[in-house]
Design a protein around this ligand. Sequence first.
Ligand code: SAH
Length: 221
Amino acid sequence: MTFHIITLFPEMFDSYLGESILKRASEAGYIDVKFYNPRDFSKDKHKSVDDKPYGGGPGMVMMIDPVLRAWEKAVSQNFISKIFSKEKKVKTYIFSPGGEKFTTHIAKHDAQEYTDIVLICGRYEGIDSRVKEITEAEELSIGDYVLTGGELPAMVFLDSVSRQIPGVLGKYESLEEERVSSHEMYTRPEHFEYKGKTYSVPEVLVSGHHKKIEEYKKSLK
Ligand code: SAH
């Protein structure tokens, strides 16, 4: 899967993608992440990427031309899929607090369906609406709150979609998830003392009785 990220702040991604599972996934070739900065595609001498909104209102709006050029560059890259002789299937998303709510269901679907996903990160008050129309993008929200930009949403999306790609998680972790995963979990020690009180792991989990353990985990859902 190739993620093409259109952002004014590509460096924001370095530390998150440079560690742990996502780092391994990209080293092993399961994912590839490319960046396109609209500022590099701006044609005026000040490298402007934003302007005042038509009709007035607070804040600034990301201009159509630099974002669209960055997007064109992203969708015209096709050498990877040629290597694997796989037909390219591209999807474009624009992050917006008013978009469709991102879920694991979307992550699973997209991981199977597409070879390339273009993620457009907004800043300021958002992006000129004609970008959505021209790119036929879908708007995605990661939750009912407003952030200062689409970079965190892009990282959330990338993380969640990547772990649905076979091979990204270790075999053990993915099997665990297919079986019963629960939001309640414990590890050693079995009994933990804190301020005179003992906090113990539920007995069933240390019983070694696999059927009862599964039933217990199901009952938590
Ligand atoms: N004026 C806009 C908010 C802009 S927030 C409005 O009222 O809808 C700036 C940018 O941050 C957005 O363009 C979007 O890309 C991103 N963003 C903020 N919150 C988000 C969320 N919950 N989900 C996805 N993207 C978000």
